[in-house]
Design a protein around this ligand. Structure first.
Ligand SMILES: Nc1nc2c(ncn2[C@@H]2O[C@H](COP(=O)(O)OP(=O)(O)OP(=O)(O)O)[C@@H](O)[C@H]2O)c(=O)[nH]1
Ligand SMILES: [Mg+2]
Length: 334
């Protein structure tokens, strides 16, 4: 069966073959696997690429039987943070903009904060409580013309949401953030408010992004806020200050909204509702999706469900394809 690979695949493959740096080679291999059409005709190619990925990972972990290239700066674990909770959000931004302060205020992570740039040297994840769920936040080293940690490419690609922290006290706000957008685009990552359904060039990844205009009280004449709106028209923006709890709560709500997820609580027949430990589904999730996330067999046996929620009759009977809303309560009947 023909593999029918897209033209970009061949281009990327050439880059992969020419590349002499293990870490970059690994990134390209993962990218090749990602864009490879998944069907019978590419079974062998997929297996080969997976073998190459695993070999490269071993090589990197082994500490440097590098295929040449420059010295690598970071341990391989930095390339990937295991997803925990209802969604993974990566905070990125210019030096000293306040990324670590936000992660410190919102999570349990022990981050380092200082009044000078380049304080954070490694990614660090923490869990943020939001009502009945937890959301993972990842603090990262800054992006500037002096520093771009290569592993950020993978971290950003893997995250569910980018939180771009912009320092509203920074006189160079525009230049610093234009630089970040340009650098990411060079790595084939486009920050956007809503990723398109289809992309022309499959090597590019479009990442849903929320903008956090931070240190808002230091932008006394509001001129930086204007610059921010010009630079990021259409993007959702939240303004925050570490000193203002309400602003931090607004940020939490905006993060939740941008993750495009819903929380669905399940209840047993004849038992009261407990609004804890919800099933988390993407917006548009159905009764069947909720049942599958509990157990596959359970979904197969499902006859109907009763739901409680805003705009519904209490205990309204629905079928498995019923689309759920955030905070719905579902009682499965099998
Ligand atoms: N005025 C003001 N200062 C803040 C606020 N949030 C953080 N800061 C200060 O900004 C400085 C930098 O904060 P960090 O959280 O270390 O910034 P960062 O983006 O993690 O910095 P790097 O890791 O170096 O990139 C520290 O002196 C913080 O106390 C805020 O809301 N308002
Ligand atoms: Mg930091």
């Amino acid at each position: 069966m023909p593999a029918n690979l897209p033209p970009q695949y061949y281009e990327l493959e050439r880059e992969f073959r020419a590349c002499r740096d293990s870490r970059e080679k690994l990134r390209l291999a993962e990218e090749l696997l990602r864009i490879m059409p998944k069907h019978k005709g590419t079974d062998k190619l997929q297996a080969d690429m997976k073998a190459k990925i695993s070999k490269l990972k071993k090589e990197i972990e082994g500490g440097g039987k590098s295929t040449g290239g420059g010295a690598t700066r970071q341990a391989p674990t930095h390339d990937y943070v295991e997803r925990e909770g209802a969604g993974q959000v990566i905070l990125i931004g210019a030096p000293n903009c306040g990324k670590s302060s936000l992660v410190d205020a919102l999570t349990n992570a022990k981050v380092e904060i200082a009044d000078y740039p380049y304080t954070t040297r490694e990614p660090l994840a923490g869990m943020m409580d939001f009502e009945t769920i937890q959301i993972q936040l990842i603090d990262t080293p800054p992006i500037s013309d002096e520093l771009f940690e290569n592993y950020l490419t993978n971290l950003v690609r893997n995250a569910d949401l980018v939180l771009l922290v912009v320092d509203l006290a920074d006189p160079h706000l525009r230049a610093r953030n234009e630089f970040i957008l340009k650098t990411l685009e060079e790595k084939k990552i486009v920050l956007c408010h809503t990723p398109p359904d289809e992309v022309d060039d499959v090597r590019f990844v479009y990442k849903r992004t929320l903008i956090c205009g931070h240190k808002v009280y230091d932008d006394e004449d509001g001129s930086n806020r204007k610059a921010l709106d010009q630079l990021f028209p259409d993007f959702p923006v939240v303004t925050t200050s570490i000193l203002d709890d309400d602003s931090l709560q607004a940020l939490q709500r905006a993060v939740f909204a941008s993750l495009r997820i819903i929380r669905v609580y399940t209840k047993q027949v004849g038992k009261p509702v407990e609004l804890v430990d919800p099933v988390v589904l993407p917006i548009g999730g159905t009764v069947e999706d909720a049942a599958i996330s509990i157990h596959k067999d359970f979904a197969e046996k499902l006859k109907f469900a009763k739901i409680w929620g805003e705009g519904k009759f209490d205990g309204q009977r629905v079928t498995r394809d019923h689309v759920l809303s955030d905070r719905d309560v579902v009682e499965f009947h099998i």
